[in-house]
Design a binder for this molecule. Structure first.
Ligand SMILES: [Zn+2]
Length: 308
């Protein structure tokens, strides 16, 4: 099985998270039709999630004049790609270890593909977002954790067992703080939400209870501590991404997620750190750009999933 980034016909894209399910018909140019957001039923025992997704797909088909020819599902979890099964998903227990894709395929009579959510987000940005036209790019999502996906030669990189691309778990300090993965000093241990709150407690205690969107507003208004936070996040991310650039030689790096909403406050120090550290020859055509599809990137990318 392989995943193509190209989408040549109408399809249905679904992005399944722990709290919400988003879905839409995806046109060949990446345009979304009939967007749906529902409270997710992935915490309920199976087949609650299967029935919910089938009803969403049937609803989309019945209200549209287009004829979707496939369904793609992105799930926030670790995938067994060859068996099309979710191996682990702390926020979506109701879809772990069950034949979700096979069951929906049988019941709907449409081909169904399933893929990790960070990967479908990256595919979406490649299909019609910030990485459009690129065949070698890296996508990073800065949220509660730090997610990553790699597209190389137009295809999703997925290692020997369906994994890899865990940019958040590159070690940037062997003596750094403990990480959720069991190691310590990972990028995510520093600039995931937990790491950011540690930084705030140490360096700007008066902001420790503020949400990141408010802190990024403050940075844009010129608050020196808020600016310092995003400088530190950008520089820290740049240390890891310079290594990623030297390893993979991408032409584009897309950075999205809540923390990336700080815009230039984050991207300026990020670009500076990369310029200092990465091979100069790899930087001549390199673009470091914010994600453009926001919360719908996963739906666009899931719509482009195809078996080949
Ligand atoms: Zn880690």
């Amino acid at each position: 099985m392989n995943i193509l980034v190209k989408n040549e016909s109408y399809s249905i894209g679904i992005d399944v998270g722990g709290s919400r399910v988003k879905a839409a018909i995806v046109a060949p140019d990446g345009t979304l039709i009939g967007q749906v957001i529902e409270k997710s039923r992935v915490v309920d025992p199976y087949p609650a999630a299967r029935d919910q997704l089938i009803s969403i797909v049937e609803g989309l088909i019945s209200t549209s004049s287009t004829r979707p020819t496939s369904v793609g599902i992105g799930v926030a979890g670790l995938m067994d790609v060859s068996n099309r099964i979710v191996l682990a998903a702390p926020n979506c227990p109701g879809v772990v270890g069950v034949p979700l894709a096979d069951d929906i395929e049988k019941l709907l009579g449409l081909p169904v593909e399933i893929e990790n959510d960070a990967n479908v987000m990256a595919l979406g940005e490649g299909a019609s977002g910030a990485a459009r036209g690129s065949r070698h790019y890296v996508a990073v999502t800065l949220g509660t954790g730090v997610g990553g996906a790699i597209i190389t030669d137009g295809k999703l990189f997925r290692g020997s067992t369906g994994g890899g691309s865990e940019i958040g778990h590159i070690c940037i300090d062997p003596n750094g703080p403990r990480c959720g993965c069991g190691s310590n000093g990972c990028l995510e241990a520093f600039i995931g939400l937990k790491g950011i709150s540690v930084w705030l407690r140490r360096n700007a205690n008066h902001m420790k209870n503020l949400h990141l969107p408010r802190i990024s507003e403050m940075a844009m208004e010129g608050d020196p501590d808020a600016i310092k936070l995003f400088e530190w996040v950008g520089t820290t991310l740049g240390v890891a991404l310079a290594g990623v650039i030297n390893l993979l030689n991408p032409d584009t790096i897309v950075v999205g997620g809540g923390t990336a909403s700080a815009g230039p406050m984050l991207f300026d120090p990020l670009r500076e750190e990369i310029a200092r550290r990465a091979f100069k020859v790899y930087q001549t055509k390199l673009r470091i750009v914010p994600a453009t599809l926001g919360n719908w990137a996963g739906v666009v990318g899931a719509g482009g999933l195809r078996r080949s």
